[in-house]
Design a protein around this ligand. Structure first.
Ligand SMILES: Cc1ncc(COP(=O)(O)O)c(C=O)c1O
Length: 332
């Protein structure tokens, strides 16, 4: 049995952005998981409900996690830890040459991490490759100093974290049963994929609760085979925790919208993000949701989704956009 804290503001709305749907030519619905909370908002809060419940149960007083310098996951963890009276230690990946937090602009997620009082340890891309060992080392040091640390892997993407999205699919099932979202199951769920946990939980929950037959995670970095392996591993971990979750829906990882690099978008992606906002009032970010939206846009243009009922899972990420405002100078 998994225990859960209530951290998110649920249920999040299930909306139909009519003008955007018409522009894309599909039956489009959006699950507003950008609205799971205040500054801690986004997909990570759902995973943290399970992960931090485990931390509390284990008597932890320090949470250790990792991510890119503008990690939404690290920010959500820092804020939720502060709410629970725990300290947060964040291992954040940054460029080799700038190893001092004082040199990092106080924008977006970094600003919020600092507000939350998190301890930030900057690490290089090479050190990031060994992030799990680094976090375990830090945990051992803290234990030696009499603290009670709890390590959360990148993105909260473990079998336990995946339960956040199994539960999210149950929430959508209830919304469909109430006549929301067009009442019928979706043909496909599209969302941004960065560390695989959202995809794993969504695939398991979508099948378990009859929400959709297919899940299409849009990779924002790395290629499809890499994510297929990661998602498969997280699904197996979740099924080990609770075999009753059953078989996942069909997962088709799509890496065509990952752009030039992690957190770097194309001009076309940025233009689509801005147009989508003007057609819907919804805001997308250039690291995650904007790339996923652009991938969805390509599928609509190629006709692959014609006649399909599509659910776009909006996973948040607004601070990441605000940290990159100047890259939109030509688009707004
Ligand atoms: C805004 C946003 N969307 C999507 C994702 C991807 O989710 P996951 O890490 O579960 O693949 C993340 C985190 O990496 C995120 O911060």
């Amino acid at each position: 049995m998994t225990s859960r804290l209530i951290l998110a503001h649920l249920p999040t709305p299930l909306v139909q952005p009519k003008r955007l749907a018409k522009h894309l030519g599909i039956d489009l619905w959006i699950k507003r998981d950008d609205s799971t909370g205040g500054a801690e908002s986004g997909n990570k809060v759902r995973k943290l409900e399970y992960l931090l419940a485990d931390a509390v149960q284990q008597g932890a007083n320090v949470v250790i996690t990792c991510g890119g310098i503008q990690s939404n996951h690290a920010r959500a963890t820092a804020l939720c830890a502060a709410a629970l009276g725990m300290r947060a230690v964040l291992f954040l990946r940054t460029k080799e040459e700038s190893r001092n937090i004082a040199n990092e602009p106080l924008t977006g997620n970094v600003l919020l991490d600092r507000f939350a009082g998190a301890e930030i340890r900057l690490i290089t891309p090479a050190q990031y490759a060994a992030r799990n060992a680094l976090m375990e080392e830090a945990a051992a040091e803290l234990r030696d100093a009499g603290q009670r640390p709890y390590v959360i892997v990148e993105g909260g993407s473990s079998g336990l974290g995946a339960f956040g999205y199994i539960e999210a699919m149950r929430e959508i099932r209830r919304q469909l049963d109430m006549g929301l979202g067009g009442s019928k199951p979706f043909d496909v769920i599209v969302h941004a994929c960065g560390s695989g946990g959202t995809a794993a939980g969504t695939a398991l929950g979508a099948a378990l609760h009859g929400v959709a037959a297919q899940v299409r995670p849009m990779a924002v970095c790395d290629d499809a085979p890499t994510f297929e392996a990661i998602i498969g591993r997280i699904i197996a971990e979740a099924r080990e925790i609770d075999p009753a979750v059953g078989e996942p829906a069909n997962v088709v990882v799509d890496d065509r919208a990952k752009g030039p690099a992690y957190a770097v978008s194309t001009q076309e992606q940025r233009a689509r993000m801005v147009l989508a906002t003007r057609l819907s009032g919804l805001v997308f970010d250039p690291v995650y949701t904007g790339k996923a939206l652009s991938g969805l846009w390509d599928l609509c243009e190629s006709g692959e989704l014609s006649g399909k009922r599509v659910l776009f899972l909006h996973t948040g990420g607004l601070p990441g956009l605000l940290a990159q405002g100047s890259t939109f100078a030509d688009d707004v």
